[in-house]
Design a protein around this ligand. Structure first.
Ligand code: M6R
Length: 615
């Protein structure tokens, strides 16, 4: 959600902070701010809206921001209080000497505010963060020691937080801590950093320490001290970030989303690399720590995820059940966490997350682990909280995904899930081995087939132009492509703000058909294979009979389609099991070009955040 950067060192603090914040911009935000210690005084600058507004403000003040020693910066995704300049971070105490930035939600802020008001604290905002600033300042007044004051205050906080704090009287120090929100420490030469995510600092250093919950980092230019909440030093391992700074470049594409859609053939090659050595050899998944015995004894699989990752989970239900005969339940993490966790040691719990930092999914996997389930995480971020807490891991190697709308991570997750399903099937002997060989061969052909889709963008652009002015859209499919319909509709909603809904095609006549007329286009996904092809076609005919404008997404060579559909988006033929990978690509492009025609902010759609680190 919010992004945090902290810096202590000799370089221009403003440049480091604004550059770091710009690398977190993709996470989605509505205001930004920095605080710097300049000439021994704390100065705060904040602006509503895009980061550029803050950069412009800082330019007009640049001559007064000299002799800097440390600073903290923040981009905010509003939770408590409107996205205004006053509510933007950093927040400060009464005297303005203590400043902090915060990511997360402090749940007991109302009680604390009342208590602090009684101690003379004057509040300028309604935010939970300002309460924390006053609380730490109050402790500082008693202890006269910034690390101790932060630790004492943290003992009073309930909820989720990553904090980065500094005080005017400690000009060469920043202090950070976290609980259920990400924060990393990064070490340079004669300078050190705090950040909520690695893109903010990777240009400067790859040496990092991952803070755990309730750990505290005290940074000066030449030292990093990590302690627990009682101030006892904790030994931490230094790790090297697995990314290259170039991942954050658009490489000539107009938007990150378009670049990331086009990266999918290589992403799939990367996911397969080393895991699918040859179609006649078993799948290799070294990071899966379940024994063969444990796999054979699995009675149930539960998959928990949110958003696009949830749609990948829904596809996985079809393939896992078909290949392994193990019943699979899929649930949004945000629902899972508020039910009794009915799971056990014979249930495998799979968490899927691009970021590995989604708060609800983290809570869900912790609940499942607590009752004895083995937790397997499928994530694009091997450096994330989920990856570090997993019993088993399948890294999807899609590279950093910058656009808020997930694209390449979806298909990378699907490939990881196909590999895992085949891996289990091979151990259990639960699926026809010659069919598995055929699917392995087809999986290796997927990158080429996606390249073919990408080389025929004109037909998708033409279709996007024809439908960009519609206010509503329906996507229909059945079987394994029902989740593809959900994902296609989600992509369109997210970046064009068009009201798009995915339905199982058979459900149309149980209600949604009432909405159909010439103002409600219907896109049907028809991938040949099982009997559902014919069924979807007849559902599409029912929609056409209600005057809906019809689009088909298909690999079928079926002349009858032209009687029903005004636009036919063709994709290469592929086994139906693998078809969601191919079918999702034109849907991503359709959403992209519609949003482009509408002039929307494709990479940073309104109200959305790339990484949802609050409940
Ligand atoms: O990082 P995660 O995969 O856990 O994120 C889950 C959702 O927040 C995410 O998929 C979201 O729906 C994207 N904006 C989809 O494009």
């Amino acid at each position: 959600m919010c992004g945090i950067v902290g810096y202590v060192g000799p370089k221009s603090v403003i440049d480091i902070l604004t550059n770091g914040l710009s690398k977190l911009e993709y996470r989605g935000y509505d205001s930004a701010g920095v605080a710097v210690n300049s000439n021994g005084k704390i100065k705060i600058y904040k602006a509503e809206g895009k980061l550029q507004n803050l950069k412009d403000l800082l330019e007009t003040h640049r001559s007064e921001i000299t002799n800097t020693t440390a600073g903290i910066g923040h981009i905010r995704w509003a939770t408590h209080g409107a996205p205004t300049t006053i509510n933007a971070h950093p927040h400060s105490c009464n005297c303005g000497k203590l400043v902090l930035v915060h990511n997360g939600i402090v749940e007991n802020y109302k009680e604390l505010r009342e208590e602090l008001k009684g101690c003379g604290c004057i509040f300028k905002t309604e935010t939970d963060t300002e309460v924390v600033a006053h609380l730490i300042a109050h402790e500082y007044g008693k202890l006269n020691d910034l690390p101790k004051a932060v630790r004492a205050a943290a003992k009073r906080l309930k909820g989720a937080y990553a904090l980065c704090v500094m005080h005017q009287d400690d000009p060469n120090m920043i202090v950070g801590t976290r609980k259920n929100a990400p924060l990393i420490v990064a070490m340079g030469q004669g300078e050190n950093y705090l950040a909520s995510d690695s893109p903010a600092i990777i240009e400067y250093t790859k040496r990092v320490i991952y803070l755990d919950d309730d750990q505290f980092a005290v940074l000066t230019p030449t030292s990093v001290l990590i302690t627990d909440i009682d101030g006892k030093q904790v030994a931490k391992k230094e790790e090297i970030l697995p990314w290259e700074p170039v991942a954050m470049s658009k490489m000539g594409y107009k938007h990150f989303m378009l670049k990331e859609i086009h990266e999918q053939p290589d992403v799939i090659r990367n996911v397969l690399s080393g895991k699918l050595p040859d179609i006649t050899k078993p799948i290799v998944l070294d990071e899966v720590k379940l024994t063969k015995e444990q796999i054979k004894n699995l009675k149930r699989i539960e998959i928990i995820a949110c958003g696009t990752s949830l749609h990948a989970a829904l596809v996985a239900k079809y393939i896992l059940e078909a290949f392994t005969n193990i019943p699979v339940d899929v649930e949004p993490s945000s629902e899972y966490i508020y039910r009794k966790t009915v799971t056990d040691a014979n249930t495998l719990v799979i968490g899927i997350s691009q970021s590995g930092e989604t708060s609800d999914t983290i809570t869900a996997i912790r609940q499942a682990k607590a009752v004895g389930s083995h937790v397997l995480i499928i994530t694009n971020r091997p450096d994330s909280i989920m990856a570090r807490e997993a019993d088993s891991l399948i890294p999807v190697n899609a590279g950093i995904e910058v656009s808020v709308a997930a694209t390449k991570s979806f298909n990378a997750q699907l490939i990881a899930l196909y590999l895992f399903s085949m891996y289990v099937a091979e151990i259990k002997g639960s699926f026809d081995s010659s069919k598995i060989e055929q699917l392995k061969h087809e999986m290796m052909m997927l990158p080429q087939k996606i390249e073919t889709v990408l080389s025929h963008e004109e037909s998708i652009i033409k279709c996007a132009r024809a439908f960009a002015s519609y206010k509503n859209f329906i996507y229909i499919a059945r079987g394994i492509n029902y989740p593809t319909a959900l994902e296609g509709a989600l992509k369109l909603k997210e970046i064009s703000y068009i009201n798009a809904t995915g339905y199982p095609a058979g459900e149309l006549k149980h209600g949604p058909i009432a909405m159909l007329d010439e103002t409600m286009p219907v896109l049907a996904i028809l991938m040949p294979g099982s009997i559902v092809y014919e069924k979807i076609l007849s559902n599409a005919e029912e929609a056409k009979a209600r005057n809906a404008r019809m689009i088909a997404l298909t690999s079928a060579e079926d002349p009858h389609l032209e009687d029903v559909f005004e636009y036919i988006l063709k994709v290469p033929a592929v086994d139906e099991y693998l078809s969601p990978v191919i079918a999702s690509v034109p849907l991503q492009l359709l959403a992209y070009y519609i949003a482009e025609f509408l002039g929307k902010d494709v990479d940073q759609p309104r109200n959305l955040a790339k990484s949802v680190t609050v409940e």
